[in-house]
Design a protein around this ligand. Sequence first.
Ligand SMILES: Cc1cc2nc3c(=O)[nH]c(=O)nc-3n(C[C@H](O)[C@H](O)[C@H](O)COP(=O)(O)OP(=O)(O)OC[C@H]3O[C@@H](n4cnc5c(N)ncnc54)[C@H](O)[C@@H]3O)c2cc1C
Length: 500
Amino acid sequence: MEVEVLIVGGGPAGSAAATLLARRSHRVALVHPTLPAAAALAESIPPSATKLFAELGVLDAVRAAGFHKNRGNTVWWAGQPVRREAFAEDGSGFHVDRGTLEEVLVRQASSVGALVFDGMTARTATESDAGWIVRCEGNDGAVTEISAPWMLDATGRHGFQARKEGRQPDRSTTTLALVGRWRREGGWPDEAGHTLVESYADGWAWSVPLSDDVRCYTAMVDQRRADLEGSDVGSMLERELGKTEHIGATRVGATPDGEAWACPASLYSTPRLGRPGLLLLGDAGSFIDPLSSFGVKKALSSGWLAGVVAHTALIDPGMSESAASFFDAREREVYRSYRAVSAPFFEAAAEAHGTTYWSERAASAHEASGPADPSGAGDPDHMGGHEVPADDVRRAFETIRQRDRLDAVPGATLRVFERPGIDGYRVVIQDHLASDQFPEGMRYVRNVDLRHIVQIAPQHADVPDGWTAYNGVAAPVTLPDYLTALSTAFAAGFLRHADR
Ligand SMILES: Cc1cc2nc3c(=O)[nH]c(=O)nc-3n(C[C@H](O)[C@H](O)[C@H](O)COP(=O)(O)OP(=O)(O)OC[C@H]3O[C@@H](n4cnc5c(N)ncnc54)[C@H](O)[C@@H]3O)c2cc1C
């Protein structure tokens, strides 16, 4: 069997890539084994992931699956007073059973034309100048060979190809997740659809509601120090939850629902996540701390970008190298930025609890945070671009509003340079604007092309005139979006007022 793209693994990353590529009429194979034990995990998905589900065209199917609504977080962290964060009424996320989510996403990929090899596991991969030949084995022992110029490794922690590409564990923070479900007939009191999170001296615990009656409880302990010998997982989990001040006690009146089990949750990353012919997606390439609740979102956006990169390379082979490098830079930056976000939480816990569990994690997160990628390729939410601080944009907007005439002229240090960016579903080399104030560079704000803005704004004294002129040369945008982009251009130093 020969396809254009072979995707190994049908989790959120693999199925997102398969859906995007199949929708663009590529011949794509998705190898999807029988669900592993980790499929029983309960996971909280934040509201911000909804945008990605919608972009992939799977939001209706995810909603139809009837997952419990994720309405917010209740957090007891580092001995601080409880923090309750409620999501907006119309902006809830999902609490999912990971296996069910995977099935929903794989079915969606199949419904738009991806060739799904159900019950199959990839066993060996051979690379040549022509691409890959992958030997897959079914549950019944039947063997199928699939060849493709592009292979996307989306096998999560298993790391089918990623381990051969130099994937590195973060040895200072080995983590074991102890997981169990509890059922409370008649429902939990005060059930608000919140994820509960609590740090304690030897780890942290969290609880995810899967329905009105069932909650999944997890304790994250140090694998090296966990007292594994002679202890069953259920007793270990009970002991850890007993160390918490709040979460353990929420199980009053509830009974265990099935056996407790354990799975590894240590961090790792790979030095190079993409090269022509191979992309390492989602958890296959790097694993961030589940504390963030962003693993699924990270995997979906990684799958989306991998789809864009493979699509680009297939329709324009000359772009393969640039597109794969763009993927690599962005994915490394995503990992770095999530590690940076987690560092202050670990530092606060280290200070409050004073244990090596936390001091080691704080030091490791701090070290992995490093400086941001100046190319701007890695911003996780904005698909390629750092942002001008919102306060600067607001100030620029106020100045524009108070003036009789715009009197715009190009900024003194405005310059244009080329780098890969995303245009629709393609990686393209595009002009970006930069200045001494904003050296990272950018091209679009709210789909408004800044290159046109810096040419048009100096020719028009009034903002509405400039807006009308802009809509005459580029895809029309709303006045508020034009104003935001114009204010951003001033805030970034791409434009200035002539008398300033
Ligand atoms: C304890 C724990 C709690 C977590 N909690 C959360 C949470 O609350 N919220 C959140 O967003 N994230 C959470 N995560 C992270 C989240 O599970 C992952 O980030 C996400 O599932 C990654 O998606 P993926 O598609 O990259 O990989 P996976 O979901 O791991 O999918 C990989 C797929 O590849 C398949 N596969 C493996 N080997 C092969 C092979 N040889 N051939 C073919 N297929 C193969 C697997 O069966 C699986 O279907 C948690 C993780 C852990 C460990």
